[in-house]
Ligand binder design. Structure first.
Ligand SMILES: *Cc1c(COP(=O)(O)O)cnc(C)c1O
Length: 775
């Protein structure tokens, strides 16, 4: 770093250490790349708008087996290892589950040794930073790239020029698109090293650059701002994740981002293929492209366009090749989250692609004249339908979700292509989500069954015989207790609040959304608080309720839920009558690092979405793997978690997906539920009357009204069952050994939720790809 150690800051130590680790990763990376070229196996390309990778330094150290060595080396300089790790900012390149899934997949692909590449956008500012002002969410730009980022390698030589708008003409019988707006995509590569450093793949992120960065004529004419305008405009494309799309300019930018990274990736894939192969018809043998949701769906028409318009293949042949390469993962059944573009906007930006989509749609219609859905109708381009039609395989992300996909959104298309939909239940990487984040539990497991579980998580089954032994269970309890104390210290230091480490730690951390029902959780907390106040000095099981999560900037109702939870926390935490029995805290700026701090300390995992709405969830898996019991609905992967950990080790409540649909038919379902449960009525009344916002009593009337009169997500209808399940959890928690056994069984039986298992499923069922590592 060019500094005397005397003057070095944590930043300098971190950078020096990162470079030392990076050097060692690069050796493996180069070797893996060389092997991939030599073996010429099938390559996997994972296209995703998000990669929520979090910090990378500890990953590198752990995967290379250098933890001891690094700790010792730093000690000789008098530097604390943890403090150096804590200095690294999170790479905030994602919103939530979908982006974190992509990051876990990269880890597993490298651990397994599958030749693969992740493609995405190098957002300069990523997702916003969240803070609270008077309990309200305030957003500020994330600035993770202001400091040098030691893990990326700029590749200024890898650049593609991309276009927008312009016109489509015919020249010598061929269709030619002449875009009128040009910009460049420049590559930045991050090596992703797998467990024990046996393999490393690449995450390639694209940054927007101007074709003519600087207008010298305008500069010389004195118009300095205009001179730099091209550059600024080109950069906006890779500036932030999910810009507000409530106005026309935002929508356009979003579509541009999608095309920008998809088109650059397709060009890169073709360039690599054509460097080694002559015949484009062999593409599906060598290339599998996975679309992580519909955001990169335009990659299909773009590949087809290049094959047909630029390489001269017939349209039919180009379509067949494209179909052979593309696969699509669906992540949501929420109608408002299925991507649709106004065809005028689409046609303005990508005129040739609109024509190609029509031809794809036509060809599909001619082959399937009975179909009901199409990729373009009602003035809209429908990215879900388009992806389904183009893809070779379409997958859901949990058993329930895949089943619902077949029965709802893709019913018609599934009937025509019954072999296309497959299920690949999500998973999480055990390296980050157990071994690194929970060193106490990791050591206990390794002491008991050896360390083979880290790359073969189903070995955790072998813990079961230990769970019956008192001394082992004692150690298991001690690990959780210690993790809770560590979290208490962390929260006290950063947020100035002392939590009771003996209380049950009840945690709900995820994006804030009505379907995820943080408001159901806080409503129950209010009712519980009221009950404690009725009988102060009662024999209550002490609870700490922890929330974290960001609300989309334009999602006002979700932001009001955050405000409400913060207001409830203020009142409840200040109440001397209840303080020993109930504490509530909302931690700001949820991200991967915060999740790593919270999950090992959890007793109870809140997975309470309205049944049929959560595609899978992956937070639920992280908690179970770290020995928390789930309180949850039969939704997403909760279903499979409960099947595996055992129904007696899971607090189930609430309506099933089909009951939800039935219940909505009853026009006054919420009022009926309120009339039937006085606790619910009283908690709602407290919200409505301003108990938690005395200076502004009307603040939450609209939330109470929403729950009373429409309640689309059935908070009221599920309240009584949820309340009951919470009391069952209290009851179980009173017996510490019983609780610990249940928690330990959750750990022992969660091995199936490794993303290694998920990736093996994709390799076998979808990609036809193989590991290049010797077994
Ligand atoms: C795991 C994870 C998620 C996904 O959580 P769900 O509860 O499945 O929605 C979101 N954000 C971060 C930072 C995560 O680590």
């Amino acid at each position: 770093m060019g500094k005397d150690p005397e003057h070095a800051k944590f930043f300098d130590w971190r950078m020096a250490l990162s470079h030392a680790i990076r050097d060692r990763i690069v050796d493996r990376w180069v070797a893996s790349t060389r092997r991939t070229y030599e073996q010429d196996g099938k390559r996997v390309y994972y296209l995703s708008m998000e990669f929520l990778i979090g910090r990378l330094l500890e990953d590198g150290i752990v995967n290379l087996g250098l933890v001891e060595e690094v700790g010792e080396t730093l000690r000789t300089f008098g530097i604390d290892y943890r403090s150096v790790l804590e200095d690294e900012p999170d790479a905030a390149l994602g919103n939530g589950g979908l982006g974190r899934l992509a990051a876990c997949f990269l880890d597993s692909l490298s651990t397994i040794g599958c030749p693969a590449m992740g493609y995405g956008i190098r957002y300069e500012n990523g997702l916003f930073k969240q803070s609270f002002v008077d309990g309200r969410q305030v957003e500020s730009p994330e600035t993770w790239l202001q400091e040098p980022h030691p893990w990326e390698f700029g590749r200024p030589e890898v650049r593609f020029t991309l276009g927008f708008r312009g016109e489509v003409t015919t020249e010598n019988g061929r269709t030619v698109w002449k875009p009128s707006e040009l910009l460049q995509a420049e590559a930045f590569d991050t090596p992703i090293v797998g467990w024990q450093g046996r393999w490393a793949n690449t995450l390639r992120l694209w940054a927007g650059r101007a074709v003519d960065p600087f207008d010298l004529d305008r500069f010389n004419a004195g118009d300095f701002a205009a001179a730099a305008e091209h550059e600024a405009l080109a950069r906006t494309i890779s500036r932030v994740l999910y810009p507000e799309d409530s106005n026309e300019a935002g929508k356009e930018l979003r579509l541009k981002q999608e095309f920008f990274f998809s088109a650059a990736s397709i060009r890169d894939i073709l360039r690599r293929f054509e460097g080694q192969h002559e015949d484009l018809r062999a593409l599906p043998k060598k290339v599998a492209i996975q679309l992580n949701d519909t955001h990169p769906a335009i990659a299909g028409p773009e590949l087809l366009r290049i094959l047909h318009d630029e390489r001269g293949l017939s349209f039919e042949e180009a379509l067949e090749i494209t179909h052979g390469c593309m696969n699509y993962t669906n992540h949501t059944l929420l109608p408002e989250a299925l991507e649709r573009w106004d065809e005028r906007l689409f046609g303005r930006l990508l005129p040739r692609h609109l024509q190609i989509i029509d031809r794809i749609d036509d060809a599909h219609y001619r082959a399937n004249p009975t179909r009901l859905l199409s990729a373009r109708s009602d003035g809209q381009v429908k990215m879900g339908e388009l992806s389904f039609i183009v893809a070779n395989k379409v997958n859901g992300v949990s058993a329930l979700h895949t089943d619902l996909m077949k029965k709802t959104v893709f019913k018609d298309l599934h009937g025509l292509h019954p072999d296309r939909i497959v299920n690949e239940t999500n998973g999480v990487t055990p390296r980050r989500w157990l071994h690194s984040c929970n060193p106490g539990l990791s050591s206990l497991i390794t002491d008991s069954i050896g360390d083979g579980w880290i790359a073969d998580l189903e070995q955790l089954e072998r813990l079961e015989p230990f769970i019956g032994k008192d001394d082992w269970l004692h150690r298991f309890r001690a690990v959780k207790a210690e993790n809770k104390v560590t979290l208490c210290d962390y929260i006290a230091e950063r947020h100035g609040m002392r939590l009771n480490p003996d209380a049950m730690f009840d945690i709900q951390i995820k994006r804030i959304h009505e379907y995820k029902r943080q408001h159901l959780n806080i409503l129950e907390a209010i009712a519980h608080w009221q009950e404690i106040k009725d009988t102060p000095g009662g024999d209550w099981v002490p609870r700490v309720k922890i929330f974290a999560g960001k609300a989309a900037q334009g999602y006002h109702f979700a932001k009001d839920i955050i405000h409400l939870i913060n207001d409830v926390a203020k009142v409840v935490n200040a109440d001397a009558e209840t303080r020993d029995s109930l504490q509530v805290i909302f931690l700001p700026n949820y991200n991967v690092t915060l999740a790593e701090h919270l999950i090992p300390a959890a007793d109870l995992s809140e997975q309470i979405s309205t049944a049929g709405k959560e595609a899978s969830g992956t937070g639920n898996m992280k908690f179970a793997l770290n020995g928390a019991l789930t309180i949850g609905t039969l939704d997403g992967a909760n279903v499979e978690i409960r099947e595996r950990v055992g129904e007696e080790n899971f607090f189930l409540f609430g309506m099933l997906a089909d009951e939800v649909m039935q219940r909505r038919m009853i026009h006054d379902h919420a009022q009926q539920a309120i009339a039937a449960d006085p606790r619910l009525a009283r908690a709602l009344e407290a919200i409505r009357s301003g108990t938690f916002s005395p200076q502004d009593p009307g603040r939450y009337v609209h939330i109470a009204d929403n729950l009373t009169w429409s309640d689309y997500f059935l908070v009221c209808s599920d309240f009584s069952a949820y309340w009951q399940a919470q009391r069952e959890a209290d009851h179980a928690y009173r017996d510490p050994d019983l609780w610990a056994r249940k928690a330990a069984l959750n750990v022992a039986r969660s091995g199936w939720f490794s993303s290694d298992r998920t990736i093996r499923g994709y390799m076998c069922d979808i990609w036809g790809a193989e590991s290049l590592l010797a077994p």
